[in-house]
Ligand binder design. Structure first.
Ligand code: GLV
Length: 331
């Protein structure tokens, strides 16, 4: 925007805005969960004058070069013919793959230290809650009962992490640093300090003595219902399950059955096939299930904006964004 100055020569009051618009085009923000004001401020701190627009105040759709979005509805991208990149306001890009309203542009995800710290804290909390028998004490309190359970040293408690990607790897090393006996499984060979890793063909060996299983797999066509009856059956009786990644990686009826039969001793679930979890879902009525509403981790704008700004700069200069996802793999 420009205004006329009081002096005779017309001046742009804010040359950086025009510069930024010319250099980068406009950024469109869409999310029902994230705060656009904090994001706008954080991005403009990195790119002064950035043309930052918040959906539905799009202006001319042809100006939009970069889209920063979380869960855009089908058809969302159709009006924007000049998109150069899409940045997912989160880790899992499952809702951005296989769409027919999106041109062939780079899609990247966020991977900032704030998001990693939150995810690590959620999983640590969930695992420690089981390791320190907190559900039993919550029940004993309701019965007004002083129930002593001798604590087990953490290094004897076997925790398994399924999926050792960006977040899964950080979670596994966080658990190891906390003192647990940590094992990890991934379809690719991974090495993580303090974690015993198992490759693709070693899934059952990995599961056979895991007491607390943590799912950190992304949702792709290859991982859908990957955690099914055979996985639950391979765990020792009484094992606990934590899902902090995506609901559809789990065969939900098989999980309900494993919890009902007592083969699984409990579950901490942040993600589900259908969110919000429907009122009549059996999980709500299960004493041994802790439900949180998909918030194990969120993106922290102050931490992530640096990377997003860098991707805007790079893509505008014809380069690659940071944290580009592989849409064929789905993560
Ligand atoms: C949250 O679920 C994310 O993918 O960031």
């Amino acid at each position: 925007m420009s205004t006329q100055s009081a002096s005779s020569a017309p001046q742009l009051t804010s040359p950086t805005e025009d510069d930024a618009a010319r250099q980068y085009g406009a950024v469109l923000f869409f999310s029902d969960f994230d705060d656009p004001v904090t994001w706008g401020d954080a991005l403009k701190e990195n790119i002064p004058g950035l043309d930052f627009r918040v959906y539905p105040d799009v202006g001319n759709p042809d100006d939009i070069r970069h889209v920063l979005a979380w869960k855009p509805a089908p058809g969302f991208f159709e009006p924007f013919k000049n998109i150069a990149q899409v940045i997912n306001l989160g880790a899992g890009i499952d809702l951005l793959v296989g769409r027919n309203d999106l041109p062939d542009v780079p899609i990247s995800r966020l991977s900032d230290p704030g998001m990693i710290a939150l995810m690590r804290s959620y999983v640590l909390f969930s695992v420690i809650r089981y390791a320190r028998n907190i559900p039993e004490f919550e029940q004993a309190k309701r019965r007004r009962e002083w129930q002593y359970i001798h604590p087990r040293p953490l290094h004897r408690i076997k925790v398994g992490v399924l999926g050792l990607g960006h977040l899964g790897g950080a979670v596994a090393s966080g658990l190891a640093a906390a003192g647990f006996d940590v094992r990890g499984w991934d379809h690719a060979d991974k090495t993580i300090d303090g974690v015993k890793t198992f490759g693709a063909s070693k899934r059952d060996a990995f599961l056979s003595d895991v007491e607390i299983l943590v799912n950190m797999m992304p949702h792709t066509k290859h991982t859908e219902k990957l955690i099914d009856k055979t996985v639950f059956d391979a765990l020792p009786r009484g094992a606990k399950f934590v899902n902090a990644s995506r609901g559809p990686v789990v065969d939900e009826p098989a999980l309900v059955e494993a919890l009902r039969s007592g083969h699984l001793g409990g579950a901490t679930l942040d993600v589900f096939w259908v969110e919000p979890l429907p009122q009549d879902h059996p999980f709500w009525g299960m004493e041994n299930v802790l439900i949180t509403p998909h918030l194990a981790s969120i993106t922290v704008p102050e931490a992530a904006a640096r990377d997003v700004a860098e991707s805007i700069r790079r893509v505008s200069a014809g380069g690659e964004p940071l944290h580009r996802a592989d849409t064929r793999r789905g993560y």
